[in-house]
Design a protein around this ligand. Sequence first.
Ligand code: GAP
Length: 482
Amino acid sequence: MDVKRLASFCQKVGIAYKTAEEYGGLAGFYDWGVRGAQIKKNVKDVWWSYFVERNELIGGMDGSIITHPKVWEASGHVGEFHDPIVKCTKCGNVYRADHLVEDVKGVNAEGLSLEELAKILKDVKCPSCGGELGDVSYFNLMFSTKVGPYEGTVSYLRPETAQLIFVDFPEHYIHMRKRLPFGIAQMGKAYRNEISPRGFLFRLREFEQMEIEFFFDPENDESPFYREIKHTKVRAKPWKGEEDVYMLDDIIDDYKGREWMIYWIYHSLKFFELVGVDMDRVRIRQQSPEERAHYSMDTWDVEFYFDDMGWKEIEGIAHRSDYDLSRHRTFSKSDKYVVRMGGRSFVPWVVEPSWGVERTILAILYSSYREDEERVWLDLKPWIAPVQVAVFPLLSRDNLPEEARRIYYTLRALFRTEYDEGGSIGKRYRRYDEIGTPYAVTVDYQTLEDKTVTVRERNTMKQERVGIDELLPYLGERMRWT
Ligand code: GAP
């Protein structure tokens, strides 16, 4: 399927659409609609529940979006967080230089230096007007802003949520009881002034991340879960090897923290499966040294295969060693980034799984979109569906609406439930299939006689008669994800 088609479907059913369309939209910015806002909340809730509430090693935080500018100097983002650009000397169009090389020459240009890109682009003309291209230079992706009414007080909108976790490490260490390992999770907005936002929800200028920084002692880096999961088989592409099915234990390099790297890859894949990503379209791919971010000593991306866009990163799992904490120690001149444990003083090391919320949802929607001659529907997991139960009276008369409303009031206390009596019953089924509603409860004339209703399952369209008294346990059992 084509992502463009999914985008127009999402607009039609109220999931997501370009912001401020009446003014022509703003590239890289999307709004979430009546259905999409709920889907987004559900994905984030499952993530928080899976990784924070049900994991005793992880605590949560919620940091500020505009942060002390020194944070971004220390993190390396002021100096290093850039992409190469090239500008047309005639029409002024600006292109991301590595993407232009990929589009025009069909070669992977990720990680090439400015000189290498300039050399390849020497004989390339502007794709838009045919004009000469100028020099290749770097463009920093951070959005800057002024803080307060004072001249020159500049800060940045965070380009990742991670850095707030690092800079606040001295606080976390105390509140996580001064023990290692532990992780801190955060989800929220991040901003990047992307040169060419594209792919619907894929490359945005404003998006959300769900990130965990997992701190460990490099001299004591064993994971108690390692033996249980090390033989897990995954579809993987190591940077030096071919894509194949490998055991996790065989492909992760031998460095301090490898057992935690395995742990986070394992749970990342479990999470994608839990929220309904088609695992036949998922692989992990190791970045080459040239591709890696400035802070990373090893990175594995979780990638999803889109028919039209190919393999694309939906999550990055990076080994950040002590890079960030050591930089904050140096820049802040604070020794609180050093821990004292077992007679040693050291800066903890970090493994970081980092999910994009929008990319996760894009993969979920792409995986769950179904159509046949009769209908279009989303095969969403019940915990992700914006509406879990739809309640219909068969007809809008003869006491059927009153009975249906009574059932609706009971169910809505436990499930995301909607009541609908507009249009034919067939139309109502289609309307709720389209947004992935897994169950529809219909009140008919038999209900008035024997206190049973029909429950229709979205995928099979099969109907079952269930007693009103049994509805809560019947549905409850089908809505739980553990
Ligand atoms: N803290 C590490 C970090 O930010 P990243 O690989 O730059 O690493 C992590 O980003 C994840 O955030 C990506 O895997 C992707 O899902 C999401 N992401 C990054 N840039 C994005 C963008 N411009 N639009 C949407 N999602 C983005």
